[in-house]
Design a protein around this ligand. Sequence first.
Ligand SMILES: C[S@@+](CC[C@H](N)C(=O)[O-])C[C@H]1O[C@@H](n2cnc3c(N)ncnc32)[C@H](O)[C@@H]1O
Length: 240
Amino acid sequence: MADLGCSSGPNIFLIISQVIDSIHGICQQAQFKVPEIRVFLNDFNAIFQSVPGFFERLNKAKGKMVEPCSIVGVPGSFYGRLFPTRSLHFIHSFNCLHWLSKVPPGLKDTNKGNICITKSSPGSVIKAYAKQFETGFSAFLSSRFQEAGTNAWRPNAAPVPGMEISEVDWVPRDKDDAEFQSGHYLSNIVPAASEQMISRRFGDAVTDSLFIKYATNVEEHLRHQNNGKLLNFLVSLTRK
Ligand SMILES: C[S@@+](CC[C@H](N)C(=O)[O-])C[C@H]1O[C@@H](n2cnc3c(N)ncnc32)[C@H](O)[C@@H]1O
């Protein structure tokens, strides 16, 4: 299996555990031998330190039942080919595909110096971002189509093919008390996913002040909006 865009975890470890549990369940029921599992990660700079701890927990939970499970790094962007043809049984990617492959071309003169969509951005900028997403998403699907095997063994926990859309609060509701500062909450979790990438490009010096500014802006935004919402699209596909 492969998880693309895993960042520093721990979500990926949850997914691997669920896949292993499903496979074990199926094997026990059908009296099959448990297969060896190999997990490929393409976004591994931050996660490899946590891998030994994961294996320790897995061995404690499963004991001798665990057939070798290895974790392998495969460098490269998920917007291109990463694996040999028809070599994978299960491909997972969570919370990643909204990261575009590049800034859309031609924005320099039209987007008033901004590198994102702002209130003052003209319609052409929004179209350019949508087009860039379409190009990247098509490249992602076409690469995964070539890498996925036709005889894919779908664990029974995998969602059936289809799409679900759900609304998620920016800030969990159970944290919504007077003491709790939502901007600071978000400024702790957002760096976990983006700090490395920002500091690689702009240097360590800017990241602390950037996230303090981010926390203040989010706090200000949420004061007017009560609580922001995110839309999650869950898409599940099998290869025919
Ligand atoms: C918000 S994090 C999601 C992390 C993880 N999947 C999770 O749910 O906890 C997005 C990750 O996608 C990675 N990413 C963005 N664009 C990528 C690309 N083209 N190829 C590989 N990884 C990419 C980033 O490095 C970042 O770690």
